[in-house]
Unconditional design. Structure first.
Lengths: 335, 335
DNA sequence: TTTATTTACGAAACCGGTTTCGCTCTCAGA
DNA sequence: TCTGAGAGCGAAACCGGTTTCGTAAATAAA
């Protein structure tokens, strides 16, 4: 059995409350008594029971990070950023993966109402028609910050990148490189992030008088195999695009795979630019032009917002929206 | 204020204990009473306070995953595997990054003694001269399972891949491809995993009568820039290797970068094989021959072992050591 | 009919801290 | 000398569940 505060109290012939106060360095306790308690606690290697404190204080020091997947450079870097702030602030990070399954996301958020975590960072999953599960959580006064994949209709702090402008720039870049038929690979059209990127793409196409037909935008799914078929179909069509904007990392690398399999040459036959935080984009064959999201910073910023909210006593969660720009790195795939 | 069990008891004119038992479906309570309690609890949207239960049950349902970094395909896939089992079993995953800093690792493990987590999965950091912090944790009877980077001198369950054999195979593969001067890029030589891989390399070299001199093994550090210089030095030397075995993902991709910068052609000037779980290895320029570790399975297996230990009442943690083999995928970098 | 057992529930202890409140004693100011 | 403030500490309530134990009534066994 581990040593408790009562043990110390008994051994030192003090009251439990005195020991508690001494350990918390209360002004009510004399230096002499504090020293005795500290020394004895140290000697016994006293470790306070975390859950007793939690129960009383209603604070756990845990935060949750809820995201679609982790084997993705953006999300793993975001966690890296989140963890760095958390560790510095003395918070603990719980990771939950939804794998784009809205049911999982719901059950994960529902569990948070038990008080397991003090706050939540979330990048929502694709299949969300309803946001009620997020609303429910907010109504429990559990601070929540969105990052990257946000819900636009929910009032909460949000940290995103400049999706519209980045997609615009990427599309413009392809146009400047001589592309005429540019395709946009969209992740779930239920995601705000996808819509913004698509809008940026469309705006650029429009601006440069490039036509957009119903084949210009490829709505991808949450299944790698299915997406392969979709992209393969696109690249096999007789009006095959000569430029592709990938709105997600997986989609972008998939285009590479399809092109390899179809013996299409990048950038000769088709130029490719994709949203990605892949550090080794420059090592790809050919090196990939990326819209590199500040993944680490997004995570770090979102976490900082959350901690600010948590540490604000009268927690009237103010809603900040922060945008951290992405950077277009031109490489061989659009040369 | 959230609704408590006492609230329900008062409203239904029952004892607190009766409500508690009813909610836990105890046989002591009549079906009729249970129904009343269930219905009313549902109506009030009763959510049990997690920390009150934790305090009593001495179980939190949380496990910790401690690892050097997360922006690495092996580790992110391992977490993926861990999380999948955890979610299925109803456990919650806390992630801690050490960034190869032994001090951080120590303070992280020390915190676990507060009971924040029921068990620990760990892939140790490089700079460990001492294992006392891990011993300390084990002596608190907190189940611990090593994965990938294990401590050999500590008795605990371990899940690894066949590091020796994989390195042997990789080296043999290079030899079969005609390499004569094969270099081995070692991560910290304080890691068992590095030593095993190096031994496998040496065994193969020895077996095929290839000399190993003091320049054959490059001991890398924990700093990207420094490693770049080290590898650059290696590749600039007049006895430049014609084959390289990278014992870590970051080291392997770094060789690519160095070769690019020095205009060395892969595989013509130097052939490269590396330990990696990178899914896009085949998209690199040239595609990378990998020793692909079963990262997801390693995580999954380690988590399963941990949960078995946690669910065994009389937890005499039996020490299983499981080895899941890696697979050599031959690609262009060693063609 | 008497005794033993089961059923259904309540009172209270318990987990291990935190916090409130009250008491005693000392010392300064009047 | 009397009053008031403050220092130092203890008793007990409290956080919100869980569990033990006791008891009354109902049922079964003798």
């Amino acid at each position: 059995m581990s040593v408790t505060i009562r043990q110390i109290a008994t051994d030192l012939a003090l009251a439990v409350s005195t020991v508690s106060k001494a350990l918390r360095d209360s002004h009510e306790i004399s230096p002499e008594t504090k020293r005795r308690v500290f020394d004895y606690a140290k000697k016994l290697d006293y470790i306070p029971n975390l859950y007793a404190s939690c129960l009383k204080n209603r604070k756990t020091g845990n935060i949750a990070v809820v995201l679609p997947e982790i084997a993705d450079s953006f999300f793993s870097l975001a966690i890296d950023g989140i963890e760095s702030v958390a560790q510095h602030k003395g918070y603990h990070v719980m990771v939950y993966l939804t794998h784009e399954d809205i049911r999982k996301e719901e059950s994960i958020l529902r569990d948070f109402r038990s008080g397991r975590v003090d706050g939540v960072l979330i990048s929502v999953s694709c299949g969300a028609d309803s946001n009620s599960h997020i609303h429910d959580l907010c109504s429990q006064h559990i601070p929540l910050v969105f990052f990257d994949r946000v819900c636009e209709h929910i009032q909460a702090s949000k940290v995103v990148t400049n999706d519209f402008q980045s997609a615009y720039n990427a599309t413009e870049h392809l146009i400047n490189r001589g592309c005429n038929r540019i395709a946009f690979l969209a992740m779930s059209n239920k995601l705000a992030i996808t819509n913004h990127r698509q809008k940026g793409y469309e705006e650029a196409m429009c601006r440069y008088d490039h036509p957009i037909d119903k084949n210009s935008v490829l709505n991808c799914k949450n299944d790698e195999t299915e997406n392969y078929s979709l992209i393969e179909g696109l690249m096999r069509g007789k009006d095959r695009p000569d430029g592709v904007v990938g709105s997600g990392e997986k989609l972008t690398t998939l285009v590479y795979t399809v092109c390899n399999d179809l013996n299409l040459r990048i950038p000769h036959d088709v130029k490719i630019v994709g949203f990605s935080s892949l550090e080794i984009a420059s090592l790809l064959n050919p090196s990939l032009t990326t819209i590199t999201q500040p993944a680490f910073d997004i995570g770090k910023t979102a976490a900082t917002l959350l901690f600010n909210a948590l540490e604000k006593k009268k927690g009237v969660m103010q809603q900040e929206s922060i945008t951290i720009p992405s950077v277009l790195f031109e490489r061989q795939s659009t040369r």
